[in-house]
Design a protein around this ligand. Sequence first.
Ligand SMILES: O=c1[nH]cnc2c1ncn2[C@@H]1O[C@H](CO)[C@@H](O)[C@H]1O
Length: 320
Amino acid sequence: MATEPKKIIIDTDPGIDDAMAIFLALRSPEVEVIGLTTIYGNVYTTLATRNALHLLEVAGRTDIPVAEGSHVTLTKGTKLRIADFVHGADGLGNQNFPPPNGKPIEESAVDFLVNQAKANPGKITVVALGPLTNIALAVQKDPDFAKNIGQIVLLGGSFAVNGNVNPAAEANIFGDPDAADVVFTSGADILAVGINITHQVVLSGSDREKLASSKGKFAQYLTGILEVYYSYHCDAYNINGVYLHDPTTLLAAVDPSLVTCTEGAVRVQTSGITRGLTILYNKKKRFEEVTEWSNMPSVKVAVTVDAPRVVKLVMDRLLS
Ligand SMILES: O=c1[nH]cnc2c1ncn2[C@@H]1O[C@H](CO)[C@@H](O)[C@H]1O
């Protein structure tokens, strides 16, 4: 008998690569998307909600609920770092899409996460594609959340490589380092996919041409919004291609065999010039003194990725 699809909630800040990940999820029979929760990051939360509703309308999946998330960081910070220079002012490549018809549900993202985890203990995977504020709030609101949630597969961190905000920090962790530290030390089953992984997974200029010449609904839509993302990568990284951050993370939740992992405690620097830095203790050395990593729960951190297989899955599923 076929196994039941894995239930996933995508916590998202759409965002061009978020749009790709959401469409991929909807084209992946291995998973069932039971909701989207929204967060600031690539755009402000209000726009993230609007874009999430819009993307579900494009996909014809208005049956999937959207729950709006936090507008401020875990410590109530309102000075947010928004990556509109990566995704366009509208978050979706400046395409002037009409506003969505739908509305978010009454339940907040945090309540949705807590209640779904409680109702389906051990059965739900959260795929977290933005700053981790909503997830940290869920951990703090319900002492059982970390136990009830099946797994958290998150895009975040830059393990042993430079960040993309500055040499220390990756954008999602930099967006709310306090939240990230709460999540990493929560005891939940976590798989972190950092930019040490996603910078190996590139959708090339010729892949984009294949998308452009496809008649597929998602391929056509993405061709339009990807323009801005390609031009940013050309500018910032001098490459004719884009990093598949969110799609790689989503696919790691769909098929864990796409990555290999190491395990250990992860702590996040929350202040100073290295604010947002993620440091994994790989347990290869016993330290003489008690450290901030001692007795902290282990998480999985992806260390290798089968990049050709990820790109092929992305192309096959988005072209169809
Ligand atoms: O240079 C950048 N600065 C800020 N955010 C970025 C940059 N490049 C990509 N992203 C966005 O941040 C997440 C991965 O860190 C992804 O959502 C990506 O679209």
